[in-house]
Ligand binder design. Structure first.
Ligand code: QV4
Ligand code: CA
Length: 512
């Protein structure tokens, strides 16, 4: 009896914080703007075989379709209703994808927008992804249905009706974020409609949610919604499993609303992580890799068991959201791979890998004029499939960072060292560092302007290891560099500062 009660309590508190990934897989990949059909194929042909635990998908619900600018990626952050047809595909394609990914043990996490509907200036008509009629001016969304009663405008006290001052928590939660019609989540009706939407997806087999714009919702209102959520579908998840919740809250410090207000509801995005890591790798403001010795909570980040971490996200890789110019992206590939290597080797947080599309970046006075551009598309605006090249890279403007050898192999590294302590730290008091994860893995990084030539204690058992950054272990040989670990776990590392990738990683499963 006592035990059952304890287990229930544990389930309750752990459920929403645990990504419930399977087969000791630890990382999530955000397949930003991918079509459901491509995600299904990717789960089967690439993600499961390479140890990815889950996919964050773009919002699956009905959204506005905009022509000015032409089909921006951010139109999907303007809901019209909760029907499941979107730029990524139909409800049938969504269900097929969820099923096929679950069948190979890859979880699906939905980007859920429950703070708002489309922009106040969104007009009237059927320019929405399922073709449903709506009237933004009158706040009418008949498919839900929502009417003007279901929005916060009465509560918002600013002249414009928009959030004008982020120091005022009432504005931030009750007014419109960049004119997006703000839902009255204090109303039982709105809570039940948003919860129904999420429950439809849970019943279809998703494992959880990335919840959008949480700073703009009262934690108590969110709790009321989450309390109504079903347990996960028992076809793929253990009885009584709660959906994983991770909340988008941007808190770089010094703001009126803090991440910690949301910890009881689930995990939270740690935006300080990518902003700081970018600054360190760029060596801005006197930062050095050697300062990463106490990376994680020691840097003032949120508790390890509350954090979702990432080097960049779909917003800050193009100047939206938080972090500014420090953020590293695929555009800075060399530093980006090092940042991803560091993140995936380090035990802090649940890690999310970004998978992007290329766009025509065009800076004027430091601002990208094309930060709105949507995914690779046909002239009619429909999203292009993701073609796979013979060399396993992606074509047609899809970047597929998650397929880059260096990143993919570090995702595998993280799985291999899962549960092992941070160990055997070494640094040269500058930008050369090394650390291990117990006796399972070791990583060495040279971000100085000179060569690195050191013998280090790796913690690994003696033998020959393949460096998984310069190549792979291929049967009984290495396609890249080899590292000899001798008695006592010592190994010699030479990393040229001119190397294509000035870092190395070895682990228990890259041993010959
Ligand atoms: C503009 C003006 C308004 C004006 C309005 C008039 O800014 O002041 O009232 O026109 O019509 C787009 C446009 C934006 C426009 C708005 C409404 O960029 O200029 O307002 O639409 O028409 C994404 C994009 C936004 C986009 C939005 C909706 O980033 O640019 O707005 O989608 O399409 C804060 C939040 C955080 C948020 C982050 C970006 O605390 O929650 O900003 N991040 C999430 C998502 C993000 C998304 C939203 C929230 C909104 O990650 O992708 O915004 O769902 O820090
Ligand atoms: Ca709000």
């Amino acid at each position: 009896m006592k035990l059952v009660f304890f287990a229930a309590l544990l389930g309750l508190s752990l459920g929403q914080h645990d990504p419930l990934t399977k087969h000791n897989r630890t990382s999530i990949v955000h397949l930003f703007e991918w079509r459901w059909a491509d995600i299904a194929a990717e789960c089967e042909r690439y993600l499961a075989p390479n140890g990815y635990g889950g996919v964050q998908i773009s919002p699956p619900n009905e959204h506005i379709i905009l022509s000015e600018p032409w089909r921006p990626w951010w139109q999907r952050y303007q809901p019209i209703g909760y029907s499941l047809c979107s730029r990524s595909g139909s409800q049938a394609e969504l269900q097929d994808m969820i099923t096929r990914c679950n069948n190979v043990g890859v979880n699906i996490y939905v980007d859920a927008i429950i703070n708002h509907m489309c922009g106040a200036g969104g007009g009237e008509g059927t320019h929405s992804s399922c073709g449903s009629y709506f009237n933004a001016g009158k706040k009418e969304f008949p498919t839900v249905p929502y009417s003007s009663w279901d929005f916060n405008d009465g509560k918002c006290k600013t002249g414009s009706g928009n959030i004008e001052n982020y120091d005022d928590i009432y504005q931030v939660r009750d007014c419109r974020l960049v004119s997006l019609l703000d839902l009255a989540l204090e109303k039982d009706y709105v809570r039940s409609k948003t919860a129904n939407y999420m429950n439809t997806l849970i019943d279809m087999g998703v494992a959880g949610f990335r919840v959008d714009a949480c700073k703009h919702m009262w934690p108590g209102d969110m709790k009321a919604v989450f309390d109504r959520l079903h347990n996960l579908n028992t076809k793929w998840f253990a009885n009584g499993s709660k959906p994983f919740i991770f909340q988008e809250v941007i808190d770089l410090g010094g703001e009126a609303i803090q991440s910690s207000e949301y910890f009881f509801l689930g995990r939270v995005t740690e935006f300080k992580y990518g902003a700081k890591l970018g600054t360190v790798l760029r060596r801005w403001h006197g930062e050095k890799l050697s300062y990463l010795r106490n990376w994680g909570e020691g840097w003032g980040f949120m508790p390890n068991d509350k954090a979702v971490v990432f080097v960049d996200n779909h917003d800050n890789q193009r100047g939206h959201g938080a972090g500014g110019a420090a953020i590293l992206t695929f555009w800075d590939a060399r530093l980006y791979k090092m940042a991803m290597g560091l993140m995936l080797a380090h035990p802090y947080g649940v890690t999310r890998v970004m998978s992007s599309f290329r766009w025509d970046r065009h800076f004027v006075d430091g601002k990208d004029q094309n930060d709105w551009m949507g995914p690779p598309s046909f002239p009619d605006g429909s999203t292009k499939p993701v073609p796979i090249n013979p060399d396993t890279t992606c074509g047609d403007g899809w970047v597929c960072e998650h397929r880059w050898r260096q990143i993919r192999n570090m995702v595998i590294f993280r799985n291999v060292v899962n549960g092992q302590p941070f160990s055997n730290w070494w640094d040269n008091q500058s930008n050369q560092i090394a650390f291990g994860r117990g006796n399972r893995g070791f990583v060495v990084i040279n971000n100085d302007d000179w060569n690195m030539d050191v013998t280090l204690n790796t913690g690994l058992s003696p033998g020959t290891y393949c460096d998984v950054i310069s190549g792979d272990k291929d049967g009984s040989r290495c396609t890249g560099r080899q590292i000899q670990v001798g008695g006592g776990g010592r190994a010699h590392f030479h990393i040229s500062n001119m190397a294509e990738d000035p870092f190395m990683a070895i682990h228990a499963e890259s041993k010959l």
